[in-house]
Ligand binder design. Structure first.
Ligand SMILES: Nc1ncnc2c1ncn2[C@@H]1O[C@H](COP(=O)(O)OP(=O)(O)OP(=O)(O)O)[C@@H](O)[C@H]1O
Ligand SMILES: [Mg+2]
Length: 171
């Protein structure tokens, strides 16, 4: 069973507010995979996640390192696999250790090495629908991750598209 929620955000701050709700819902060892083209808003969402975790820092794209680590309520590991050329490139990153640990692992371009990630996870697909608007499809792989959807529904963005969490097959 997959449970999912679709939200339309207007402006980067609204996407950060969705991220902040995710940060509040996060528990030790969680994995969040972010999908979407360049500029879709993956890093912007991660900035909100860090804020929701109570972090002081501003998350930016890890340009030279593939993993950035931030101290907050949970340690946030912000992973960006855009620059790897093959899945095996992740072996030297210590990804396994992070995934087995007590932090929160948020991954951009996880599709570059999808096999490396547990099937229990939250997935967010971000789609650019206009200069300032983005569609966020948020999918919980199992019941443990539905708390994210509950927390996100509490923020009531002005454009919560299809509103309620609904059951649907993971595509
Ligand atoms: N509703 C919105 N949500 C998120 N970002 C938005 C929105 N509207 C405009 N933007 C802008 O779109 C850009 C998103 O960039 P961001 O770095 O978050 O994308 P990304 O998905 O991480 O891209 P990359 O794959 O290159 O890392 C930012 O400049 C942000 O201000
Ligand atoms: Mg990015």
């Amino acid at each position: 069973m997959t449970t999912q929620l679709t939200i339309i955000t207007s402006g980067a701050d609204e996407t950060r507010r969705v991220g902040a709700a995710m940060g509040r819902a996060a528990q030790a060892g969680d994995v969040i995979l972010l999908h979407g083209e360049l500029g879709a808003g993956k890093t912007t969402l991660t900035q909100g996640i860090l804020r929701g975790l109570g972090g002081d820092d501003y998350a930016s794209s890890p340009t030279f390192v593939l993993i950035s680590e931030y101290t907050a309520r949970l340690t946030l590991y912000h992973v960006d696999l855009y620059r790897i050329s093959k899945p095996e490139d992740t072996f030297e990153l210590g990804l396994d250790e992070i995934l087995d640990g007590d932090g929160l692992c948020v991954v951009e371009w996880a599709e570059r090495a999808l096999d490396q990630f547990p099937v229990e996870r939250l997935t967010v697909e971000l789609l650019r629908t206009g200069d300032e608007t983005r569609s966020l499809v948020i999918k919980a792989s199992e019941s443990g991750y539905t708390r994210y959807l509950q927390e996100i529904s509490t923020i009531g963005t002005s454009r919560q598209a299809y509103g309620q969490a609904s059951n649907g097959a993971e595509s």
